[in-house]
Design a protein around this ligand. Structure first.
Ligand SMILES: O=C(O)CCC(=O)C(=O)O
Ligand SMILES: [Fe+2]
Length: 271
């Protein structure tokens, strides 16, 4: 019988993603991040003379945050920028387990963490501006063609909260051509990249949207097509993501493991 690691490797190679339940310890690795986020929400609310009528961290994250942004939307952006600097979040990203799983899925690799390629999404119900359309990660993040997205929720992601949508096996098509569409200036940066012949390509694959809870981890191949789910509930869809790449990948070596946003002139359609 195959062991779990071999099964994960096979599933990841075939489908382009895997979900690992309870990869992180909720009490020691996830809850400390939730608690710090709640403290930062309170700090920003206090600065704005807004009182958050909740006391538990999870309530502050879910409903206190909504209360805050309903009174002052700019406070939400301040929270977003601040929380990616929480040491417990950076600790999670740098955890040895991440490197080990990368090395298991990408044999003979030398993993790196994409600088600036990490953050905590706060998908607010009804807001479309930061929704990611169907995309492969490489043109958005670069560093190396051989990379993996790490995606882990901070709240339970039920169907109506909009689990990340995945086109199973789509990584097998290789790197797809993209163009930049600004859609009346609504979307910019990586959010404006659209796959050429998106409908035709997506029609070939079945879609899945895995349900997850805090502590779970979804890993996605850099060439897998995926997009944001839609949040139909009354609190934000909180989720963490970061990217790891392979220093040994030839494409990465050729581009100096850079990305096209910080280093203009790199061609996102070129390997
Ligand atoms: O969960 C989402 O909204 C999209 C996430 C995504 O595209 C990513 O983590 O690379
Ligand atoms: Fe992505």
């Amino acid at each position: 019988m195959k062991n779990i690691i071999q099964k994960s490797y096979d599933a990841f190679s075939k489908k382009g993603y895997i979900l690992i339940p309870n990869f992180y310890n909720y009490e020691s690795q996830i809850q400390p991040i939730q608690k710090k986020i709640a403290r930062i929400i309170n700090l920003i609310a206090h600065k704005k003379n807004i009182e958050i009528p909740y006391s538990k961290s999870i309530e502050i994250i879910k409903y206190g945050f909504m209360h805050l942004i309903n009174l002052d939307r700019s406070a939400g952006s301040e929270v977003y920028d601040a929380i990616k600097q929480i040491p417990e979040f950076l600790d999670l990203i740098s955890n040895q387990k991440n490197q080990k799983i990368f090395e298991k899925l990408r044999k003979n690799s030398l993993p790196g963490i994409a600088d600036g390629g990490y953050g905590i999404r706060i998908d607010i119900p009804g807001e479309k501006k930061f929704e990611a359309p169907w995309h492969q990660e490489y043109p958005a993040q670069m560093r190396s063609l051989d990379g993996i997205v790490f995606w882990s929720p901070l709240v339970e992601i039920e169907q109506k909260l909009g689990p990340v949508e995945i086109a199973e096996c789509s990584h097998n098509d290789g790197l797809l051509k993209v163009c930049s569409k600004t859609e009346n200036g609504l979307k910019n940066g990586a959010y404006s990249l659209r796959i050429n012949n998106e409908d035709g390509i997506l029609g070939k694959y079945s879609k899945v949207n895995p349900l997850t809870k805090p502590g779970d981890l979804i890993l996605m191949d850099y060439l897998l097509l995926h997009r944001s789910g839609k949040n139909y509930l009354d609190f934000p869809r909180w989720s963490m993501q970061w990217r790891m790449f392979n220093f040994l990948d030839t494409t990465g070596i050729n581009i100096g493991w850079r990305n096209n946003y910080d280093h203009k002139g790199l061609n996102i359609n070129q390997k």
